[in-house]
Design a protein around this ligand. Sequence first.
Ligand code: FE2
Length: 383
Amino acid sequence: MPDRPNIHIFENAEIVMPDRVQRGWVAVDDGRIIEIGEGAAPERGLDLAGDYLLPGLVELHTDHLESHYAPRPKVRWHPLGAVLAYDAQIASSGITTVFDSLRAGVDVDGGGLGAELLALAEALDDARRHGLFRCEHLTHLRCEVPSPDVVETVENFVSVFPVHLISLMDHTPGQRQFRDLDKYFTYYGGKTGKSDAEIRQAVQRKTNENAALSAMNRPALVKMAAQRGIRLASHDDTTLDEVHQSIHEGVAIAEFPTTIEAARASHKNGITVMMGAPNLIRGGSHSGNVAAEELAREGVLDILSSDYVPASLLMAAFDLPRRAAGITLPDAIATVTRNPARSAGLQDRGEIASGQRADIVRVSVVGGVPVVRQVWLEGRRVA
Ligand SMILES: [Fe+2]
């Protein structure tokens, strides 16, 4: 053990390493993991009493921020207050790196932040500048491709705020997430209270506009991402043609592919496949698309995302080995740590390994449910 005064030791922990689970200790200095050992620690440290010690979770796609800011239709909470409440919930779910998902453009039901996108981005920036955050916050700009204003909105946004991931979405009914129109009527009818006739009219209008707008906007967004070195994700890929388009565009991540064919083709071509943790826990997709569990059994599930429930990320990771034979706990933990980190271009976190950031989560399993007990970001306790 090097003779340095600020070393922290975590001892008596069930350490989830990249390739095995080992009972032992981890030493941290200056925000980094410096040594990992088996058995008794060389000196006294924080006794984790046999709890699991995991790398901090990395979340690429959460729409939870918007629900803190807009908790009811037409109700807006104070942007900074919303951002900090969201941050606390993210940290207490064991997530230490979060890509805040912000929607640019408007989808068919009028969803999206509009000009308020900038108010939220400013609040995130304020919190970052004043050191108020528990987790590290990066930005995932979710672009609704057929929206008339999307290119301009993204151009304005990236000229002011840093963006670390751009996803290309198209929620036009009749394709991708809403290929099954009956499911679409259930989803939007329930969400907006509109009648079937009104929804059918909106479907017709949107379908007509969609092709021309997407054909213009999608290449413009791909080009902008390439020029700025921003990673790309494609959202709800369904057909092989859509996957081939993603490959051609240099997409790194397939968010929520809706069919087994699209997931297989993405994974085979080096596009990492991300699915929702709630989908895994609930046993299927709320839009009636392919189940995450099926992809896990096929060996083509690379990343889990908490989507709309932050605490689902850890629960799903611990559930994965029970649902898919052959997936070990280290493999499962990689879907919420190393795999999302590497796919997003982050090399310095996501593993309990010497030299990695000391982003650490202590987890007890109570009645089969993983419970976050303590969280550290670069060696500093944050939850
Ligand atoms: Fe979607």
